[in-house]
Design a protein around this ligand. Sequence first.
Ligand code: BDR
Ligand code: CA
Length: 303
Amino acid sequence: MPTRIILDTDIGTDVDDCLALALILGSPELALEGITCVYGNVLLRARIALKLLALRGLHHIPVFGGAEQPLTRRDGIYWEGHEGQGLLEPAEENLMPQSESAVDFIIRTVMNNPGQIHLICIGPLTNAALAFLKEPHLAQNLAHLTLMGGVVRGMNRLDLPYCEHNIVCDPDSAHIVFTSGAPITVVPLDITTLVKIDKAGLERIRKAGMPFHAAVADQIARYPRFAAQGQTSLHDPLAVGVVIDPTLVQLQPVHIDVETAGRHSAGATWVRTLHPGELANIQIATAVDSTRFENFFIERVEQ
Ligand code: BDR
Ligand code: CA
């Protein structure tokens, strides 16, 4: 039986959300129940998701708009400005998400299917937090929550930011998610920056030959970081990969606290090993087999 998933995403800004969706659609181990969009212009994000699904002929998978703003912080939405370019035609403004909200879809799907739905969060955690707040029994009915987010900085990775994007955009929501009691797997930035796609990978996807592949390749080429550096990190696809095959990474049970205040550290993820007897519901990736994942990713997306 495939794992039934909901993908919660800020698709359209970093190209890796598009690549995470491509990995899902190329993976028979996963059954995509719906896509929920979060953070900023969620209508545009939903249209991007709908267009990518349509290019694969998947008109039946529902897409939902969710929270546009973080729960409490109002630092301004990070918006690169290229979102949807090269993918959406002007006429595709008629692509519309479902009228039900992302939060209600998550709650309804999980509560109607106790213990069966795996939520994969690859954007700021506002939709997930609102769902936990609205339905107090959500955490115990969720099969699992896997998220790309957070960063564990050490002396060997001083190149990394103090705080990771998906957490820093809404630290209060991240705190709610990490204290929800749901079983959670965290795939953090110090690990996701170890997996990349480069120009050779892009060309393999383009040569796969379908309009969907051409669109995905074009989105990679247009992504400003890829255009500047000839490669970009596979952050969100690695979170999906861990759902399909957890042996791609090493996982360790931990406790995580999110800093919700602080001049430099709001959005920082403080990670420690468990105290004796402390119950673990969170595990974090501490290493990745980069070559195996990068090959796995391209082979799946080529399909
Ligand atoms: C995360 O932030 C976004 O830009 C990416 O899509 C990923 O989810 C990486 O920090
Ligand atoms: Ca993302």
